[in-house]
Design a protein around this ligand. Structure first.
Ligand code: CUA
Length: 167
């Protein structure tokens, strides 16, 4: 069978395009470290967060020299705590869970953005650099007050940072 030169060219071009699409999707899935929410994360009982050792009194705790864990509870329609204060140049790991419906926890201006599912603990890490403020928002529609779900990540200079006293 004789295939016209132009036809060969377009055949080859469309093959390349398909390979290109597959490579793009593969890269987007595994290459840039986007993790899907799955059931491998820690689980909690969303109805009894008050009995949980961390989520009963959520907030910031220091776990290493420049490392902090932040426990956050999401609910209709707030984050507890709403404002999170951490020092600059530190590694901050958020552990977020929901006590009612699906929310999200998204730190504006960073690549920290996770779904928050009741019963599961979503974990995301942010490396703080310069002092400053980032908004924290819920990007998952969760009801009539969805647009009011907001908080703030406040990054303060290291020498101004103080952990809140344990009660
Ligand atoms: Cu919570 Cu939208």
């Amino acid at each position: 069978m004789k295939i016209h030169t132009y036809e060969k060219f377009w055949l080859a071009a469309s093959m390349l395009l398909i390979v290109g699409f597959i490579l793009t999707i593969t890269y987007g899935t595994v290459g840039i470290g986007i993790a899907m929410v799955d059931d491998s994360a820690d689980t909690v009982d969303p109805d009894n967060l008050g009995d949980h050792p961390k989520f009963s009194d959520p907030g910031v705790e220091q776990v290493g020299e420049n490392e902090y864990d932040v426990y956050v509870r999401a609910l209709q329609f707030a984050f507890i705590p709403g404002d999170v204060e951490v020092p600059a140049n530190s590694t901050v790991t958020f552990h977020v869970t929901s006590s009612d419906v699906i929310h999200s926890y998204s730190v504006v201006g960073t690549n920290a953005n996770t779904m928050v599912i009741p019963g599961e603990v979503a974990t995301i890490t942010v490396e703080t650099e310069e002092p400053g403020e980032h908004g924290i928002i819920c990007t998952e529609y969760c009801g009539s007050g969805h647009h009011n779900m907001a908080g703030k990540l406040i990054i303060v200079p290291e020498d101004e940072f103080e952990l809140e006293e344990e009660q």
